[in-house]
Structures are given as C-alpha cells and as structure tokens.
Design a protein around this ligand. Structure first.
Ligand code: ADP
Ligand code: GLC
Length: 491
C-alpha cells in the first residue's frame, strides 16, 4: 500500500510546547506515522504548530522552509504575514513546521486571554492550507486536534474549496477534550474571513451571539475521533457531551474512539533520561532508590514502608480533586502515608494542596507549576498514582504509571475505564483500583482497599508486575489511526 500524505496540525507538541497530554499524543503519533516501515518508506508526515515565544526563545535551531516565506493571508481589513520554519521532531525524521507569525505568536505563551485568540488559531489553520498551496503538496488527510485547529475543515471546503489541490483531501478532527469548545463572539466569524459561511456554522449558537471552533469542526470534518472507546460513547450523552452531544449523535457513524498510545521512548523506567535510577520489571531496586530520592527532593520524611501516593496533573475541575476534601486529610491523619503532588492550574486546588503541605509537612510534598523532569520522578518514585477524574477523555498518566510500577487509583470513566483493569488479589489479575460514584466516600473506600492490599507486599508485587507488562505503545494504537485514514480515503 502506498504511503500516505498526512498533514497534522495542533496547538501543542512535546517537547516544544506542552501544557498536557495533547502535546505527548501529537508527538508520539507523528513519530510513529513517520517511521520507516520494514521494506518501505514511512508516511509523508508534516506537522504544523505555532512558533510560540517559548519555542523561538529556546535556542532550537530551525530552518526557513524554501517557498514558504512571507506569505500574506487576507483577513477582512488586514493581511497577516507568516513564514514557515522547520526543525526535526526529536527521535523522528518528520519535520515540525512552525508557523512563524510574530504579530500573533511573538512574545506570547501557548494560550492567552487576548482579544485576538480566535485569530491566532484561525491563522494556524489557514497557514496550513496556504503552505500546502505554495508547496503544491496535496495531503490525503488533514488531521486536526481539538478546537484550536477545528476550523481547518470549513476553510478547506468553503474558503479554499476552489483549489483542485484539495479535491481529494479528507479531514479528521480528533477531540481530545470536549470541555474546551473554543467559543468566541459571533463577530469573530467575519474577522476570521468566514463571513460568507454563517449558514455553515451552528445556528443555535449564532442566535446566542457566539460560535464554537470545535462545533464547526464537528459539522465539517469528514470524520471524527476521540481518544478512547468509552469517551466516544460518553460524549454522545447529555451528561458528558457539554452541549455538543446532539451534534455528535447525528454523526455517530463517523465517530471513532481510539485509545492514545504511549511513547515508551520518553516514558520507560529502564531508559528514561530524566530519572537518575532506572529499573525494570525483573529488578525493582532502582524504584526503591527513586522513592527515596523523590521524598528527599520534595522534603518529605523518608519511610520506605509508607506508601507514597503520587499526583501529576493540570489542576482543573475535570481531574476530580474536589473529592480530596474529605478523603485525603483523613488518610494523612490516620495512616503513615505520603503524598507527592505536582500540579498547576485553578487557584482553589493549588491552595488546597498548599494547605495539605503546610498541615502535614512531613507527609506531603508539593511543587506548584509545570516541571517535566519532576513528572517523571513522581511516576517512578511513587507507589500509587491518584487520578480520580470526573471525566477523562483518555488520560496518559495512568498508562505511564502502569509502566513505572505505580498502580493507579482511577474513577471508571473515559479512557481510565479502557486502560486500567480492577485488581483482584485472589485471582492475581488486574492492574489498578477503580471506583464508580463521583463521591469522596467512594474514593475513601478505594484508598482503604489500596492500603489493605499494600500490607500484603507479595501480592502487591504481582499487581505491579501486571501493570508493567501492559503495552499501550504506538505500535499497538498507531495502526488504528492508519486504518482510519485509509478508510476515509475509500469513502
Ligand atoms: P491532560 O491532557 O488532561 O492534562 P493526560 O493524562 O492526558 O491529561 O496528560 C497529562 C500530561 O501532562 C502528562 O504528560 C503529564 O506528565 C503532564 N503534566 C500535567 N501536569 C504537569 C505538570 N504540572 N508538570 C509537568 N507535567 C505535567
Ligand atoms: C486531553 C484529555 C486527556 C487526554 C489528552 C490527550 O487533554 O484531558 O484525557 O489523554 O487530551 O489526548
């Protein structure tokens, strides 16, 4: 079968620009798609992301892409100029195409609350199509991710539809998180150069004076996907669909659920360059050293027998930390347990974890902020990983923690339900601990059950081994995307 021409577009890619799992998934999938196949070439993959200030300022060597300099994109009343700079994605022969537009990305972070936020990502979409035109490169599939790139399909079909270059191009919108619909005031439709397309955006939203990037993508992409099978079902319900469920139900046949892959090149305790002590299933002595190192680093009292609960998370309502209010203080009060938290986000959660740290300084370690290396340390040095999400499209941390011998405690929702199997100590099967009700009683009960199991270290080791043996690599998950792309071309 011929290699495909795949054009990926996203707001984040690790290691250059990351706030969460989207960055890891975009990097991992791109790498896998571009890899040479036995006896053949890899797919022809190009990934477009903005050239944010943090990338420009990182000292990353980039090269101008010949034929893609100083391109003017006409928006009503103004022209916005961009150029493409490229650099290889580490560990891959795919080149990242950075959209260099100082006016929109210079001096600014990934996401902003500025008045031109819609334009920043509208330009990203149009820059992809404009660049394809300059290169005369006709992608088989435009693969968009989340709201930031969800206008690509409407631009392709209705603004650039005259160009025969895109006649056979299909589009896939992957929804990583429906909680971020990308709503803007209706007046932005005109500013984005979509004034003639008002009939093609969600009419109910228009009546409310607004429109959503994500919903527009759901309406116009050839196919839709999300990042786990369970979440694909959930988002078609009123409870999880966040107002997009009706649209998704109407496109049910076009919606696939593909569980994210893990890039074990970045996340494997046997080789992880960000941790000082390595380990593998056959020899966990390095994990014990990581536990001691982690507690020392976060200035928590050492005690090898006390279980360390780890958290690495965006501190957002999605992640379910409100359940901690009753369960965690009780745990810290009565048990000789440790809690190591890395997180940034909503103030109330940061303050809560700070309170825990201040109240139990010997037992609670905390880093408020984003810290890539510490994320790896917590995966490696903890005994149990906590992820009580209210909803979770897929979740990567629970899969990382399985590989790092750190059984996860998760709520049975979205990708957590698809990737963690309940531990049954009698049968010796399962990889973690699941609970259903979104209540602190349910979480407390599960933590008690964890502690009960922790006391039987022989059986605990079986649990650890089960998790470490699970394989969520892109070699398993990538072919599902490949099959989806090919089925889109046949359609
Ligand atoms: P989400 O994308 O919803 O945040 P995921 O579990 O899919 O959740 O992915 C989270 C990713 O972001 C993981 O790679 C995790 O290590 C990383 N991460 C989250 N918060 C932090 C933080 N404060 N510092 C470093 N890495 C973080
Ligand atoms: C989102 C989701 C998370 C998912 C990630 C990558 O941020 O919250 O569950 O793993 O995207 O797809």
């Amino acid at each position: 079968m011929r290699p495909l021409r795949l054009c990926l577009c996203a707001s984040e890619v690790a290691p250059f620009a990351k706030t969460g799992g989207l960055a890891d998934v975009v990097a991992g999938l791109t790498r896998w798609l571009g890899r040479r196949r036995p006896g053949g070439r890899g797919h022809d993959v190009r990934l477009f992301v903005p050239y944010y200030a943090r990338v420009a300022g990182s000292g990353l060597p980039t090269q101008p892409l010949p034929g893609a300099a100083d391109i003017d994109v006409p928006f009503p009343g103004r022209r916005i100029r961009f150029s493409i700079r490229t650099a290889p994605l580490p560990g891959s022969n795919v080149r990242v195409h950075f959209v260099d537009c100082p006016e929109l990305y210079g001096g600014r972070d990934i996401y902003t609350h500025d008045g031109d936020e819609a334009l920043r990502f509208g330009l990203l979409c149009r820059a992809v199509l404009e660049t394809c035109q300059r290169l005369q490169w006709a992608p088989d599939v435009l693969h968009c991710n989340d709201w930031h790139t969800a206008l690509l399909p409407i631009y392709q079909r209705h603004v650039y539809g005259w160009d025969k270059l895109f006649a056979n191009t299909r589009s896939l919108l992957t929804i990583h998180n429906i909680g971020y619909p990308g709503f803007f005031a209706e007046s932005q439709i005109h500013a984005l150069g979509l004034g003639d397309q008002r009939a093609h955006v969600h009419q109910g939203d228009l009546r409310e004076g607004r429109f959503s990037f994500l919903k527009t993508g759901v309406l116009h992409a050839s196919r839709l996907s999300t990042v786990s099978r369970t979440y694909a079902q959930e988002i078609q319900t009123a409870e999880f669909g966040m107002g997009v469920d009706d649209l998704l139900r109407s496109r049910s046949q076009d919606l696939a659920g593909i569980v994210n892959g893990v890039d074990y090149g970045d996340w494997d305790p046997a080789t992880d360059p960000l941790i000082p002590h390595h380990f593998r299933a056959g020899d966990l002595s390095g994990k014990a050293r990581m536990k001691a190192a982690l507690l020392l680093r976060l200035q928590v009292a050492p005690e090898p027998r006390a279980p360390v609960f780890g958290i690495v998370s965006r501190l957002a309502a999605q992640k379910g930390f409100e359940l901690f209010a009753d369960s965690i203080p009780a745990l810290l009060q009565r048990e000789d347990a440790r809690l190591c938290v890395l997180g940034a986000g909503e103030d109330q959660h940061e303050r809560y974890f700070q309170w825990l740290r201040d109240t139990w300084p010997d037992k609670v370690g905390l880093y408020r902020g984003f810290h890539d290396e510490l994320a790896h340390w917590i995966e490696a040095g903890s005994d149990v990983f906590l992820m009580p999400s209210r909803f979770e499209p897929c979740g990567l941390n629970q899969m990382y923690s399985l590989r790092y011998g750190t059984p996860p405690v998760v709520r049975r929702t979205g990708g957590l339900a698809d990737t963690v199997e309940p531990w049954d100590p009698h049968a010796g099967t399962g990889t973690g601990f699941l609970f259903d009700a979104f209540t602190s009683q349910a979480l407390t009960g599960t933590i008690d059950w964890v502690l009960q199991n922790w006391r039987d270290q022989r059986s605990w080791q079986k649990l650890v081994q089960n998790g470490m043996a699970r394989d969520f690599s892109w070699d398993r998950q990538g072919p599902e995307y490949e099959a989806l792309y090919r089925s889109m071309l046949r359609a």
